[in-house]
Ligand binder design. Structure first.
Ligand SMILES: Cc1cc2nc3c(=O)[nH]c(=O)nc-3n(C[C@H](O)[C@H](O)[C@H](O)COP(=O)(O)O)c2cc1C
Length: 325
């Protein structure tokens, strides 16, 4: 039986347990003076590393500006990100960052615009590697630009970036060899995507295309829309989480499942029954920075209240679970 505390090695990175902090933008944090990232972010991620997370995936960070080192890639941002990485490593936590490409209409993009996105995707990964992160996760989920490439009904392109699953995944797979050539051997390249693109079979084909191209890790959330279909009897998690379990059966690279995983029982159910390799915890880890340690030690978890609209999207100090307002 797989245990939550079993390590899993990806490209030489020893991930010490199966509990991942999901990427979550900290909308009401601010940086220091001229930067986006700053002390608040450092404290936030350090607490979750201290709290036992095996892998932390930092919040979505735009690739734009990577080529000319502006925006979120300024010297001050890089300094804050370096501190986050160093603190996570101090607690034995593997740390990646999610990279996103905004919310563009892929059907309108010219060849030059696609090339520019790819150059920023590549350069952002190179920056991330130089900062010291263990890897990147490209954000191909939740209806954003990269997700629109993957979705067979949204993407109407007739060039090499539209059509079959290999073409729809090409925005990344084409530049993956260059990313590998410019990052060190143990640098993890992951993808967050959905299963329904728009059919389940589309998601499975895309997942296989990413695996074949050399992607190391898949994180299954949802695509253009969250799935609503029922889960099998006895499955104690959500349809989105079930998507992760379905993709896990179709590929040989590690898979992370996510969504409304809030209890020790759910974590054990998913990992000990080998439904997936990792569980990602979002709001549960905002509510309880020690979520991972609490689950591992079978201690009570400070449960997320499940507010209708999570306050972390607007003002985290209003979150009922935040103690240090
Ligand atoms: C405040 C907030 C910010 C989020 N930001 C991101 C993000 O940057 N990238 C992403 O892929 N998902 C983002 N998500 C979605 C989470 O990663 C996660 O998939 C979702 O919250 C469901 O998991 P949970 O029920 O454990 O919270 C965000 C969610 C919240 C609540």
């Amino acid at each position: 039986m797989t245990r939550i505390t079993d390590e899993l090695v990806i490209r030489g990175n020893h991930i010490k347990n199966r509990i991942v902090m999901a990427p979550m933008v900290t909308f009401s944090f601010h940086g220091d003076d001229r930067s986006y990232y700053g002390k608040q972010h450092i404290e936030h991620y350090t607490k979750r590393a201290k709290g036992g997370a095996g892998l932390i995936i930092l919040q979505a960070t735009g690739v734009f500006g990577a080529v000319d080192s502006t925006g979120m890639w300024s010297a001050d941002d890089v300094a804050a990100l370096k501190q986050i990485v160093s603190n996570c490593h101090k607690y034995g936590t593997t740390v990646m960052i999610q990279l996103h490409c905004g919310n563009l209409d892929v059907n309108e993009l010219s060849d030059a615009e696609i090339h520019s996105i790819q150059m920023n995707m590549k350069q952002a990964a190179i920056h991330v590697c130089e900062i010291g992160f263990n890897g990147v996760e490209y954000h191909f989920a939740h209806g954003f630009t990269l997700c629109k490439f993957l979705d067979a009904s949204y993407n109407r392109r007739v060039d090499q970036y539209g059509g079959d699953s290999l073409n729809r995944a090409r925005i990344l797979t084409k530049i993956l060899p260059e990313i590998r050539n410019n990052t060190h051997k143990s640098f993890i390249v992951g993808v967050r995507m959905g299963e329904y693109l728009p059919e389940s079979s589309d998601g499975i084909e895309v997942a296989r295309a990413f695996e074949k191209a050399g992607v190391d890790l898949l994180h299954i959330s949802f695509g253009m829309q969250p799935p609503t279909n029922p889960v099998p009897e006895g499955f104690i998690c959500s349809p989105i989480t079930y998507s992760g379990c379905k993709i896990k059966k179709e590929v040989n690279i590690p898979v992370i499942a996510v969504n409304e995983i809030r209890t020790e029982e759910q974590v054990r159910f998913l990992i000990e029954n080998d439904y997936v390799d990792f569980v990602a915890i979002g709001r549960g880890m905002l509510a309880d920075p020690e979520f991972a340690n609490h689950v591992i030690n079978s201690e009570p978890v400070d449960t997320c209240s499940g507010c209708k609209r999570c306050f972390w999207f607007t003002d985290h100090t209003l979150c009922p679970a935040v103690k240090d307002k």
